[in-house]
Design a protein around this ligand. Structure first.
Ligand code: BG6
Length: 467
């Protein structure tokens, strides 16, 4: 396992909120090797002590569940190197703080800085066995993703490149495979004959949280749909892999993407929604309009809500809509995959009964829950159907999603890394949508912060499901 880590962008949100808590959690669980060391690298001219103080504060805020002893141990092992990633000398110097061993170089940076950082790392002469982690979004469109893949492969083998998508470290996401393939009851009905539609929803109460520098040039489609939600779609739709090895697993995912038709032209207009939040109240706190947030350039027309309906055009799924949707500053958190089955025939109960409601399987994330809505005969009339939910809650996940991802990246595995061709396929799918939105072929709607999203666009509201 790699014992040295260099984090670019270490003064940013990602390190403080996710990576540092995950690493401290791994230390607490004894899952990192002795002598594990991390150097933070960022533009700010900080000394190591000031960096340690600010990480300690982040840990107190974002990782209160980790023991103070583990947090302190992690913080004491931190070093800091002021670094301009476009400067080869700076990058080499930052890498040298970690000695001659292989390192894990983590690019917690906006995607525009990836090419320069990769070039600087290639010139720094890293020890054999070193790896690079690139955060999503991988590039900014299909062309830049292709160029970035080519640039990486000039200096690093694919096995040294780890394209991170933290959703792959989510317990429920991994459980989609177990649920589908280890249960007799789901797989036989997991197809177009029995499934009417699938919804993959990631609604957040979280607003911009000071991330304009990254988010305003990304937007919900690139931030969530192109990466995380397409990964969820792949797991729901994939054929069973021959093994859970990195090749078979990723081949099956790529196959799904290759079968998704990119919704071009009028399709992109009909099957997508984009919107941006206006001022409102979320969970009792005032949220300013997105365009009023510091660092936002309103003329960019960045969306904070994106919905895209796709079809997987293969034998199993043809004709079944997969709706992927995510929005910020919404009234409640709803993070779930829901599989809506076709309604049962009503013949079983004769003509004088109501139509049975369709079964819905919901896989909730964060907290990780599962529920299956079914119909049973109520206590009264034999012909009256009653709706009940079979509910289960999974134990909270340990290690955290980033913890799992970091263990995989440090340990040399690639199953949880997005392969280069996969990243390109995901861009191919969203590219026509990006184009249609850029050309204003789809109106940019508005929704008040704290609401359910743009009026009439909530998939559950539209269809009157149980919530
Ligand atoms: C990140 C996105 O990748 O995922 C954020 O950039 C989003 O905008 C986040 O809030 C959601 O994941 P989690 O695990 O923080 O709920």
């Amino acid at each position: 396992m790699i014992r040295r880590m260099l984090v670019f962008g270490a003064t940013g949100d990602l390190f403080g909120r996710y990576l540092a808590p995950a690493l401290a959690g791994l230390i607490e669980a004894g899952q990192l090797p002795d002598g594990f060391a991390v150097t933070g690298a960022a533009r700010k001219d900080l000394d190591p002590a000031a960096f340690r103080d600010s990480v300690a504060e982040d840990l107190a805020r974002y990782a209160p569940e980790v023991s103070e002893e583990a947090r302190t141990k992690f913080v004491e092992g931190l070093d800091y190197a002021p670094t301009d990633v476009t400067d080869d000398g700076d990058v080499a110097r930052a890498a040298r703080t970690l000695g001659e061993e292989p390192i894990l170089a983590y690019l917690a940076l906006p995607p525009g800085l990836f090419p320069d950082t990769v070039r600087s790392l290639a010139g720094a002469g890293l020890a054999e066995g070193s790896r690079l982690v690139l955060e999503k979004p991988f590039g900014q469109d299909l062309q830049s993703a292709r160029e970035l893949n080519a640039l990486l492969h000039e200096s690093f083998p694919e096995s040294a490149v780890f394209r991170a998508d933290h959703f792959l470290g989510e317990q429920t996401v991994q459980n989609v495979l177990g649920l589908r393939f280890a249960n007799r009851v789901f797989e036989p009905v997991w197809n177009r004959e029995h499934v009417e539609r699938v919804e993959i929803v990631w609604d957040e109460t979280l607003a911009l949280e000071g991330r304009a520098g990254y988010y305003d040039s990304a937007g919900a489609l690139k931030d969530m749909v192109q990466s995380h939600l397409l990964q969820l779609l792949a797991l729901v739709a994939m054929e069973p892999p021959a093994t859970l090895g990195e090749q078979d697993f990723r081949d099956r995912k790529v196959e799904v993407f290759r079968n998704v038709k990119a919704p071009a032209g009028p399709e992109a207009e009909k099957k997508t929604v984009r919107a941006r939040y206006t001022a409102g109240e979320v969970e009792g706190s005032e949220v300013p309009a997105y365009v009023e947030e510091e660092g936002v350039e309103p003329e960019r027309s960045t969306e904070t809500f994106a919905e895209v309906t796709l079809e997987v055009e293969n034998q199993r799924w043809s004709g079944v809509p997969f709706t992927l949707r995510s929005g910020k500053a919404l009234g409640r958190d709803r993070r779930e995959i829901s599989v809506h089955f076709r309604p049962a025939e009503r013949l079983a109960f004769g003509r004088n009964t109501e139509d049975p409601e369709p079964n819905i399987l919901r896989l909730g994330m964060d907290p990780d829950t599962m529920s299956l809505d079914i119909n049973v005969n109520g206590p009264g009339d034999l012909f009256t159907l009653e709706r009940v939910g079979l509910d289960a809650e999974l134990a909270p996940q340990r290690p955290s999603e980033y913890g799992r991802l970091l263990l995989a990246a440090l340990g040399g595995g690639s199953m949880l890394s997005i392969r280069g061709d996969e990243a390109e396929e995901c861009w191919r799918i969203v590219e026509p949508v990006l184009r249609a939105w850029r050309e204003d072929a789809v109106p940019l709607l508005e929704y008040p912060a704290g609401s359910d999203g743009p009026a009439g666009k909530d998939p559950q509201q539209k269809r009157g499901d149980r919530t």
